[in-house]
Design a protein around this ligand. Structure first.
Ligand code: ZN
Ligand code: ZN
Length: 255
């Protein structure tokens, strides 16, 4: 399974891109920056997109991706998420006010995108990948995703945006294999109140949560707020967790 870090930040600057990952060229995990980081040819290879939650830093580029593909693709782009998130995207994003409703364009019979509901704990098969969403603890309904390669058994957990939580770690521990976790860490330690109130981690909260995980696997931090990056890199290094690293945009890794 090839995992590409397109956007690793929880804020937007000229060098910090909003959350997006790409698996095996066809499956996007969140859509903060798909159109800013991929050329048209590579955008057109995306057939499926997992959306963790409705926040703009995870959905923004959906609008522009589907617009770029308008008339170029035979098949609609399939968006996968929970019922609450899909109704949120329909109501607040693709609502014919903020952006056209591409689920009925160019026609209801031949739409540019489809919304596909997946339930918590339900496993869906996307080509050679099994995807299973699990609720995490954010300020709006938010899914983590386990993505497992059926050919190699490799398994990735993307926690999406979350503050301290239990269920996703419990489910992770029940799995026989976990190779890597991509995990939220947004604010420095002295902003723990804000981190909790906004449903995010600090390095200290992250360390506490990671102690619930029994797998010895790679930990990749994402969603750092750009203005706190320097101090947070120091605080993350001070955790002395040998498998932990900060996600580097453009980096590709194999699981
Ligand atoms: Zn969020
Ligand atoms: Zn976010």
């Amino acid at each position: 399974m090839k995992v590409e870090i397109l956007g690793a930040y929880g804020g937007s600057t000229d060098t910090s891109f909003l959350t997006s990952f790409l698996i095996d060229d066809f499956l996007a995990v969140d859509a903060g920056c798909l159109t800013q980081t991929l050329n048209l040819e590579n955008q057109a290879k995306i057939t499926d997109i997992l959306i963790s939650h409705t926040h703009l830093d995870h959905t923004l580029s959906l609008s522009f991706l589907v617009d770029n593909m308008f008339g170029l693709r035979e098949e609609p782009i399939r968006i996968w998420s929970g019922e609450e998130m899909i109704s949120g995207m329909r109501l607040h994003l693709f609502n014919d006010v903020t952006w056209p409703d591409f689920s009925v364009l160019p026609s209801a019979d031949k739409p540019s995108l489809t919304f596909n509901t997946v339930g918590e704990g339900q496993t869906i098969r996307l080509r050679h990948l099994n995807v299973t969403p699990i609720w995490v603890n954010h300020v709006v309904p938010c899914f983590a995703f386990f993505v497992e390669c059926t050919e190699t058994g490799a398994c990735l957990l993307y926690t999406a945006d979350t503050t301290s939580t239990d269920r996703v770690w419990k489910v992770a521990n029940e799995r026989p294999r976990l190779d890597a976790v991509i995990v939220d860490c947004s604010f420095p330690n002295d902003m723990e109140d804000l981190a909790r109130a906004s449903g995010h981690m600090t390095p200290r909260l992250l360390a506490q949560d990671l102690s619930k995980l029994s797998h010895d696997c790679s930990i990749l931090v994402y969603h750092i707020k750009p203005m706190f990056e320097q101090v947070m890199r120091v605080q993350l290094a001070e955790l002395n967790l040998k498998n932990l690293m900060v996600g580097i945009q453009g980096r590709v890794f194999e699981l």
